[in-house]
Design a protein around this ligand. Structure first.
Ligand SMILES: CC(C)(COP(=O)(O)OP(=O)(O)OC[C@H]1O[C@@H](n2cnc3c(N)ncnc32)[C@H](O)[C@@H]1OP(=O)(O)O)[C@@H](O)C(=O)NCCC(=O)NCCS
Length: 201
């Protein structure tokens, strides 16, 4: 996948359909996620809550060729006081796993965060067993910053397996915390996101 083969746009309630919900019912997609198995209504509420509280914004990852929505990237939750944001990536359509989509989406989301929102730093954390995710974020420009040993625990048959929590981050030299405090992606047309992310190299 090339940089221009995908684009990001704000996720809309109309995007939340049975196909979308099925992503979160798939154990291999949700294995390392905090939540799974939500209904269409719960999912719509979650989307609107982020916008309403200016806490986080969900973006749809779409193929440029046919506009197919294949995953989400969430910018937030924010810690506006410190100019910080989390970043969570999900490629729901597994047909597109291992094709570089996540690393490209991460790069594009970082550009939105740095250039449009002028936030100071993205700071995210990943289960050390989630190798694909770690690789995608590192390819997306993040670096490993810290590790908490023995943080997660999961049952594999009768065995308990512990894993580490890895903190990854990427810093913006041209941040502006006051600007970021008042930033919102709402009221920008979907074309804004499409062209904003496509034109940047
Ligand atoms: C993790 C996830 C986002 C990766 O998406 P992706 O589009 O497949 O990632 P990319 O193709 O950009 O991956 C970058 C690299 O990691 C590799 N990779 C992807 N999945 C992998 C896996 N399970 N194990 C090892 N390497 C993997 C890719 O092959 C690629 O390597 P390359 O650069 O050598 O070719 C996707 O698998 C997913 O949505 N998983 C479920 C949700 C999730 O766990 N999200 C992360 C929450 S922190």
């Amino acid at each position: 996948m090339l940089y221009n083969d995908i684009y990001l746009r704000l996720l809309e309630t109309e995007d939340i359909n049975e196909r979308y919900i099925s992503w979160f019912q798939d154990k291999s997609v949700t294995e390392y996620l905090e939540s799974s198995n939500f209904t269409i209504n719960e999912s719509k509420e979650y989307l609107n809550k982020g916008k309403f509280n200016d806490e986080y914004y969900l973006f749809a990852i779409c193929l440029t060729a046919n506009n197919l929505h294949i995953g989400n990237i969430k910018i937030g939750p924010f810690k506006k006081k410190y100019g910080l944001s989390d970043l969570v990536t999900i490629i729901g359509d597994k047909e597109y796993w291992g094709k570089n989509v996540a690393s490209l989406a991460i790069r594009k989301a970082v550009k939105i965060g740095f250039k449009s929102a002028k936030l100071r730093k993205f700071s995210a954390s990943i289960d050390s067993l989630n190798k694909g995710s770690i690789k995608a974020y590192l390819k997306g420009g993040f670096i490993e910053e810290a590790e908490i040993p023995n943080y997660f625990i999961r049952k594999n048959k009768s065995e308990l397996i512990a894993s580490n929590k890895i903190f990854i981050g990427i810093n913006n030299k041209e941040y502006d915390i006051d600007y970021f405090k008042n930033w919102s992606p709402i009221n920008k047309t979907s074309n804004f996101w499409k062209y904003f992310t496509i034109n940047e190299n």
